[in-house]
Design a protein around this ligand. Structure first.
Ligand code: P5A
Length: 442
């Protein structure tokens, strides 16, 4: 791909309307474009990153045996009336009427719809557990959409739902998602900490938010700082049973704002370990038993008895994660963004110095591009006539993790190659490929 032909509308300066780094950067390097308040189009660079995040989320759901489906964005009000949430949900729900004057809505979440799908087909406890997920747009008419795609009205969510026979089995499912979330965020190169959280309009009495620490986050958290060490333990995910894994975290006080109890905090956390800070909620899991199955009369047959199924739901903010990764990875001092290689829009930027009368560097770039492509490395060639330092500044902002530079002095088979925030090396193209492939496989 040539940069001159790619749709990456870069702005000269940071847009003044954006208050936090991720919003500024996403507009500045043309990842998104606002279409109306809290509603965005995703342009190629942003879309690529979001799709890569989505794929990692999908793989980790599949890995614990969750089955992928796709439910519609538009739902009928009927099922929401059955669960009792049609009125409760209030103005955040976008209500629509169709031409027959039927009340419809743009789904803010899917507990009702998935329960309806389940109850129409699953009749026996022998088919349990059922774990289903989809990745689909949601709409919440937030009063104050802000920070770009971090708190917007239309956003992309992975939402999963579990159906079990009893509390014990339902908690086993909950713990499976807990593990899956830790694996997912690790693959995204993020340290997301599970915190006991309030359940809000979803309901239930067991819930964890997965939070990335960031000053620009909207979630207030109160925690024992020893919990941060749990995440970095290298054998955490391999060595613990499902129940034990959750206990590793629950040993330490860590809650979001709504669950905060000053007295308890001061009682159980020694003064030196108390942390009161902010973070970004990238995932949220809930256990709510029969909150939906009861009013929606959703049962399975168990030895001749009808039993209400026990349910949980599990969300990841796929589109919010794009911004959250920027907040976590942007280096303010050097003005460098570095995408984790697992979600980077391209793996390597090929940056040739272009001289109108001399096509040597561009020809070399084309050959390098083909070679990297053959190795499954996704590169982009900056074929524009900007000077080298302007090009490097531009790619420092875009955040492609590797840069291969063909300057005036590029001769022979060695190339100037660097990790975006690293030292320049002079190495062969084989060595370039093997360094990138090694990073990809980690
Ligand atoms: C869990 C899955 C739910 O909706 N029902 C289905 C449950 N949970 S939640 O916490 O309300 O949302 C899940 C995740 O979605 C992201 N999110 C948002 N992202 C961008 N803009 C918004 N307005 C927004 N609201 C929620 C968050 O990452 C949240 O954890």
């Amino acid at each position: 791909m040539y940069f001159s032909k790619s749709f990456v509308p870069i702005l000269k300066n940071n847009p003044t309307e954006a208050k936090i780094k991720s919003h500024q950067l996403m507009l500045r390097v043309g990842m998104i474009k606002q279409s109306s308040a809290g509603i965005y189009s995703w342009l190629p660079l942003g879309f690529k990153v979001m799709k890569k995040i989505e794929q990692i989320v999908r793989e980790e759901q599949n890995r614990i045996g969750v089955q992928e489906i796709l439910m519609p964005t538009i739902q009928s009000s009927e099922i929401w009336k059955e669960s009792g949430r049609y009125d409760d949900y209030g103005e955040e729900m976008l209500r629509i009427k169709d031409r027959q004057n039927r009340e419809m809505l743009y789904g803010p979440t899917n507990e009702e719809l998935v329960t309806e799908i389940f109850r129409s087909s699953i009749k026996s406890y022998k088919s349990l557990p059922q774990l289903l997920y989809h990745i689909q747009w949601k709409f919440r008419d937030e009063l104050r959409p802000r920070f770009g795609i971090m708190r917007c009205r239309e956003f992309y969510m992975k939402d999963a739902y579990s159906f079990d026979l009893n509390d014990d089995e339902a908690l086993f499912s909950y713990n499976k998602f807990f593990l899956s979330y830790l694996r997912t965020f690790k693959r995204l190169n993020l340290s997301a900490i599970p915190m006991a959280a309030d359940t809000g309009p979803i309901g239930g009495n067991l819930s964890h938010e997965f939070i990335i620490l960031a000053d620009t986050g909207e979630s207030k958290i109160y925690t024992d700082k020893r919990i941060f060490e749990v995440n970095s333990a290298s054998t955490l995910l391999e060595k613990n049973s499902l129940t034990n894994l959750r206990l590793q975290y629950e040993k330490f006080y860590s809650v979001t704002d709504e669950k905060f109890d000053k007295k308890e905090f001061e009682k159980v956390v020694p003064e030196d370990f108390r942390v009161n800070t902010k973070g970004i909620e990238v995932g949220h899991i809930f256990y709510f038993g029969d909150k939906y199955s009861k009013p929606m009369n959703t049962t399975v047959d168990f030895n001749g008895k009808k039993v209400f199924v026990k349910m949980g739901s599990y969300g990841i903010g796929v589109s919010r994660l794009v911004g959250a990764i920027i907040e976590a990875k942007y280096n303010d001092k050097d003005e460098i963004m570095k995408w984790p290689i697992s979600v980077a829009p391209y793996h390597c930027a090929i940056i040739p110095m272009i001289n109108k009368n001399d096509t040597t560097n561009l020809e070399k770039s084309n050959k390098i591009f083909e070679f990297l492509k053959f190795k499954n490395i996704d590169a982009i060639i900056d074929d524009t006539e900007e000077n080298i330092s302007a090009k490097i500044r531009k790619f420092n902002l875009i955040g492609i993790p590797y840069q291969l530079i063909l300057g005036k002095k590029t001769e022979g088979d060695l190339f100037e190659f660097k990790e975006i925030n690293g030292e320049t090396q002079k190495i062969s193209i084989d060595e370039v490929a093997s360094q990138i492939l090694k990073a990809k496989s980690n």
